[in-house]
Design a protein around this ligand. Structure first.
Ligand SMILES: Cc1cc2nc3c(=O)[nH]c(=O)nc-3n(C[C@H](O)[C@H](O)[C@H](O)COP(=O)(O)O)c2cc1C
Length: 371
């Protein structure tokens, strides 16, 4: 059993925040499949919450099936972070996560995100100020440090543990690395070694149950947090739980299951964001499901123009018909179209060029490319 302070968690697998993606519909989809207990919102600006900005409130939209929930806050003013956290506690949130890992310039410039990893005294003060005002646990999510010469995470987590932090999420890359290169498992191990008793959750490039197991084994971490891997495959939590418990890898979901879950995801997007906006947002979600469909050009070129629920039905029906040309009589992909297994950066041969490794797990395009 893993615990953040007094919060007991039924799974040691976590959903990593992905701004723009890990909203209520996606969290519900992942929870319904199983294997996930604590999920985290996208990052939210503490000041915007205090100012009751409607966009910030939309980011924390939740319901009774979305429990337990952590809200991830960013900000560098201790009193603002404290007041936003107290407000969230009153709203029934189970935990607060502080973003100390975001490398985006706009956030670092004001002392938030990974800039917090460079001034330990100020960060410890901020964390203390929050914890003294809260009953719910506070966790921190960070990278290994600013760059390879400044791997500050082990020192920082020691001082945060002294301040009362209840757990650490650690992405095994530096700020300078962005998303390139390999996740540094020995870096994660050094963070595990630095704490006295709080759980350390490893993160980065886990796209398969085998990769999760390797992260546990090589780092001694107490939990694993999965971001992009869950977007490819919301089944990753339940499959990883089974694999860790039995050593047997459950089969990948069928195309029928993938389409069923994708359709549920769209229905929830429409419930939460309305049909028009939900469909527009789904234009960047559909292609993630398609990455594991096998041949999917027919689907991918249409879904990025999705207009309505009825349009979605047309797109899926025509795609499933189109896909039959790649399948045998039982509806399984012919061997030459079979999917190549996913592989985490840290499970690949080290002589492979970095460009190949990076391609293995794409980062969604846009200003968040460097998250
Ligand atoms: C599109 C995108 C958005 C992200 N948004 C956040 C965020 O809001 N807060 C945060 O702490 N990390 C954020 N991250 C980082 C992820 O939580 C995670 O640490 C990183 O993607 C590595 O894990 P993964 O390989 O399992 O995705 C984001 C990453 C991506 C690709």
């Amino acid at each position: 059993m893993i615990q953040f302070g007094s919060l007991e968690l039924a799974s040691n697998l976590f959903l990593s925040p992905l701004a723009g993606y890990t909203n209520l519909p996606f969290r519900l989809v992942a929870r319904e499949i199983g294997g996930l207990h604590l999920a985290t919102t996208d990052l939210v600006n503490a000041r915007s919450l205090i100012e009751r900005n409607p966009k910030a409130f939309k980011l924390i939209e939740t319901n009774e099936n979305d429990r337990p929930l952590a809200v991830q806050l960013f900000g560098s003013v201790p009193e603002e972070m404290r007041d936003a956290a107290v407000m969230l506690q009153e709203l029934g949130v189970s935990a607060i996560d502080i973003n100390m890992g975001c490398p985006v310039r706009k956030i670092c410039r004001v002392g938030g995100g990974s800039a917090m990893m460079t001034d330990h005294t100020a960060t410890q003060h901020l964390v203390r100020t929050m914890i003294q005002a809260l009953r719910i646990p506070v966790t921190a999510k960070m990278r290994l440090g600013w760059d390879d010469d400044n791997l500050t995470a082990p020192d920082l987590v020691r001082s945060l543990e002294d301040a009362g932090i209840a757990g650490i999420f650690i992405h095994g890359r530096t700020r300078e690395q962005g998303f390139s290169g390999t996740v540094n498992l020995s870096g994660i191990r050094s963070v595990v070694a630095a704490v006295r008793s709080i759980p350390v959750i490893g993160n980065g490039d886990v796209t398969t149950p085998e990769a999760a197991k390797m992260m546990f084994n090589e780092t001694g971490c107490h939990g694993v947090s999965i971001g992009r891997g869950a977007f490819y495959d919301p089944w990753i939590f339940v499959r990883t739980q089974a694999y860790l418990a039995t050593g047997i890898l459950p089969p990948e979901p069928s195309i029928a299951d993938r389409v069923r879950v994708m359709s549920r995801h769209l229905d929830l997007m429409i419930d939460v964001f309305g049909e028009k906006h939900g469909c527009v947002m789904f234009r960047k979600i559909g292609p993630w499901y398609a990455k594991r469909f096998g041949p999917s050009s027919d689907f991918s070129k249409k879904i990025v123009r999705l207009e309505s629920h009825a349009h979605y039905k047309e797109i899926v029906e025509s795609y499933l018909l189109w896909r039959t040309q790649f399948c045998d009589d039982l509806g399984n992909l012919l061997p030459r179209y079979a999917l190549t297994p996913m592989m985490a950066s840290f499970m690949r041969a080290t002589d492979e060029p970095a460009s190949v490794r990076r391609e293995s797990i794409p980062v969604p395009k846009g200003p968040v490319e460097v998250w």
